[in-house]
Design a protein around this ligand. Structure first.
Ligand SMILES: *[C@@H]1O[C@H](CO)[C@@H](O)[C@H](O)[C@H]1NC(C)=O
Ligand SMILES: *[C@@H]1O[C@H](CO)[C@@H](O)[C@H](O)[C@H]1NC(C)=O
Ligand SMILES: *[C@@H]1O[C@H](CO)[C@@H](O)[C@H](O)[C@H]1NC(C)=O
Ligand SMILES: *[C@@H]1O[C@H](CO)[C@@H](O)[C@H](O)[C@H]1NC(C)=O
Length: 237
């Protein structure tokens, strides 16, 4: 379970109320957090002081292993709230590089800038989950504006680039977001229904993901089976 809370409003009282409402679930189901833009007030201090995720970075970024998966949680907010200093951006980038290197093997091709797409590609990251847009979108494997399907019949079997899923439609007082009218080549499926994503890391090669629509009373509106026989820095070769 992943939660996003608006601690900004009313000096954190909206966040308090949200946490009270989910207590009956959160008390029994493990959950991990990552900061979002709504936590920015006072340099993310509400977020940093309320949650305690693994590692020593005040829960801003961290990683853990579960079954055969290595999962990394990180903050894209370090690229947006530069008024809090550039330190976080570079510290997180160095941390991401060494975390990926330990887990995925060394890749000596140094990305030219502390952006994320090259970094994740060079270390052979399998799947990237993004949020922010109040929508759901599944992409074909893509890198540097190029669709790199495994094959056109089975795009997600040994894809040649990471797979991206945008999933941020859990519900919001700002309501639904729309889409640009003409999807780009890499857009495989889009939905603006409220809903959530379920993921099952089945084993070392297979990962299953599905999107549930709340607007359609729990209907599964999208499915993907990602199959990868090679992982890490040499995944694409
Ligand atoms: C914001 O918080 C981070 C993390 O604790 C810290 O490294 C940074 O210096 C802070 N920035 C300001 C402007 O207080
Ligand atoms: C690093 O990653 C790139 C992109 O996947 C790949 O072309 C290159 O062969 C890798 N280098 C090494 C030393 O593994
Ligand atoms: C990728 O695979 C999908 C599904 O088969 C197909 O619609 C799309 O055209 C493919 N893209 C490329 C560049 O091969
Ligand atoms: C991994 O899971 C898939 C899907 O259930 C299955 O087809 C495959 O045989 C499994 N692989 C291993 C090594 O168990």
């Amino acid at each position: 379970m992943c939660i996003i809370v608006m601690f900004v409003q009313d000096n954190g009282r909206i966040g308090d109320e949200f946490m009270r409402q989910i207590e009956s679930i959160a008390a029994y189901t493990p959950y991990m957090t990552c900061p979002g833009n709504h936590e920015w007030v006072a340099n993310f201090s509400q977020y940093r002081s309320r949650f305690s995720m693994p590692g020593d970075t005040e829960s801003l970024w961290y990683s853990w292993n579960i079954g055969p998966a290595h999962i990394i949680s990180f903050s894209t907010e370090v690229y947006f709230y530069l008024e809090f200093g550039l330190d976080l951006l570079f510290t997180q980038y160095q941390w991401l590089r060494s975390d990926l290197e330990v887990r995925m093997g060394r890749n000596d091709t140094t990305p030219p800038a502390p952006g994320l797409e090259d970094l994740f590609y060079q270390y052979g990251v399998d799947l990237e989950l993004w949020a922010h847009e109040h929508t759901y979108e599944r992409l074909w494997p893509v890198y540097n504006y190029k669709v790199l399907n495994g094959s056109s019949e089975e795009p997600y079997v040994n894809p040649k680039a990471p797979v991206h899923i945008i999933t941020g439609s859990a519900g919001c007082r700002e309501k639904h977001d729309g889409f640009i009218p003409h999807p780009r080549d890499w857009s495989a499926f889009r939905s603006s229904d409220y809903g959530y994503t379920r993921m099952h890391v089945i084993n070392h090669t297979h990962l299953y993901l599905e999107q549930v629509s709340d607007d359609q009373y729990g209907k599964v509106i999208d499915k993907m089976m990602l199959v990868k026989e090679k992982h890490g820095a040499h995944a694409w070769s």
